[in-house]
Design a protein around this ligand. Structure first.
Ligand code: CP
Length: 312
C-alpha cells in the first residue's frame, strides 16, 4: 500500500492499513541497524530539522540517528540558543528555517496542536514528536512494533496502560493505535489521573491494579507527568507507588509471559520498581531500539511517499 501523506501528526488520523504499512516498513528497515556499516543512501541530499521545545533524550536522538542512517543531513534548534529568546515568534522561526530548504521538520512542543499549525504553513513534511498532552505518534508506533515483534500480532491482545493517563500523549496515541489494530485496551489509574474523555474512548477503565493485572498480555507503565499536573492530584508519591507502582509482588498476579513496557523517562521506585524495569519481562530497551527503525520508516515514507522496495 502506498503512503501518500505529507505529515505525521497523530495516530488518530491514520487508518489501520497505514499503521500496518509503517510497521512493515520499519521491520524491513530494521536490519540496517544490525549491519556493520549502518548507513544507506536513501535520503542523501535531504535535510531533517529537529525543533524540540521540550526536553527529550530518546525521541530527539533516535530521529537524528534514523535520519543519519538514511544519509539525510540534520540540524537542531535548541530553545535556549535560538532567536526566540529575543522575541521571534515560532512561526517566523519556521519561515526562516524553511527558506533554507528543509524536507522534514520534527517538532516537539508543550502546546497541543503546534505541529498541526506548522504543517498547514510549510511545504516541508512535519512529524509530531510530542505535542502537549495530545499525541506522540512515533512512540505509539514503536510500542506497537515492539508488541508485534514479541507476540507476532496486535489483534486480540489485552494491553493494560497504568499511570498518569490524563497527562500522557503516549497513552492517547497508543489508545488510538492499539484499538485500530484490534487490541483490547484497559486503563488503570486513580480517578484524578484519568482523562475527562475516558468514558467516550474505546477502552475499559479500572482504578484497582490488582484486579486487572491477571488478564494483561502487555502492561504499559507511565510516568507521573509532574510538569503537566496541577496541585492536589495525588495525596503522595509513596501512596501512589503502593497502589499503582508496578513491583515484583504485584507482578506475581500477572501472566508468566507478560511484557512490561515503559516509554521513558522512568521514575524508578515510583511507577515501576528497578527489579521489574530491569527484569525478564521488560522490553523497555527493545522499545528504544525499535524507535530508530520506526523513525527511519517515517522519514522514508514521508519523503518518498511510497513503500521501500523489498530487500533480497
Ligand atoms: N519516550 C519519550 O518521548 O522519551 P523522551 O522524552 O526522552 O524523548
Amino acid at each position: 500500500m502506498a503512503f501518500v501523506r505529507k505529515d505525521l501528526l497523530g495516530i488518530r488520523d491514520l487508518s489501520s492499513e497505514e499503521i500496518q504499512t509503517i510497521l512493515d516498513t520499519a521491520e524491513s528497515l530494521r536490519e540496517i541497524n544490525l549491519r556493520e556499516i549502518k548507513k544507506v543512501p536513501t535520503l542523501r541530499g535531504k535535510t531533517v530539522v529537529h525543533l524540540f521545545y521540550e526536553p527529550s533524550t530518546r525521541t530527539r536522538t533516535s530521529f537524528d540517528v534514523a535520519a543519519k542512517r538514511l544519509s539525510a543531513d540534520t540540524y537542531s534548534i535548541a530553545t535556549s540558543t535560538s532567536s526566540m529568546v529575543k522575541g521571534e515568534t515560532f512561526l517566523d522561526t519556521i519561515k526562516n528555517l524553511e527558506a533554507m530548504g528543509p524536507d522534514v521538520f520534527v517538532i516537539r512542543h508543550s502546546a497541543s496542536g503546534t505541529p498541526h499549525r506548522i504543517a498547514a504553513r510549510t511545504s516541508a513534511s512535519v512529524i509530531n514528536a510530542g505535542d502537549g498532552m495530545h499525541e506522540h505518534p512515533s512512540q505509539a508506533l514503536l510500542d506497537m512494533l515492539t508488541i508485534r515483534q514479541k507476540r507476532g500480532r496486535l489483534e486480540g491482545l489485552n494491553v493494560l496502560i497504568v499511570g498518569d493517563i490524563a497527562h500522557s500523549r503516549v497513552a492517547r496515541s497508543n489508545i488510538w493505535g492499539l484499538t485500530k489494530m484490534g487490541a483490547h485496551v484497559t486503563l488503570c489509574a486513580p480517578p484524578t489521573l484519568l482523562p475527562a474523555e475516558a468514558a467516550s474512548l474505546p477502552v475499559r477503565v479500572s482504578h484497582q491494579l490488582d484486579t486487572v493485572l491477571g488478564a494483561a498480555d502487555v502492561i504499559m507503565v507511565l510516568r507521573l507527568q509532574k510538569e503537566r499536573q496541577g496541585q492536589g492530584l495525588l495525596p503522595s508519591l509513596r501512596e501512589y507507588a503502593v497502589f499503582y507502582g508496578l513491583d515484583r509482588k504485584k507482578l506475581e498476579k500477572a501472566r508468566d509471559d507478560v511484557l512490561i513496557m515503559h516509554p521513558g523517562p522512568m521514575n524508578r521506585g515510583v511507577e515501576i520498581s528497578p527489579d521489574v524495569a530491569d527484569g525478564p519481562h521488560s522490553v523497555i530497551l527493545d522499545q528504544v531500539a525499535n524507535g530508530v527503525a520506526v523513525r527511519m520508516a517515517l522519514l522514508y515514507l514521508l519523503v518518498h511517499r511510497e513503500v521501500p522496495p523489498v530487500r533480497g
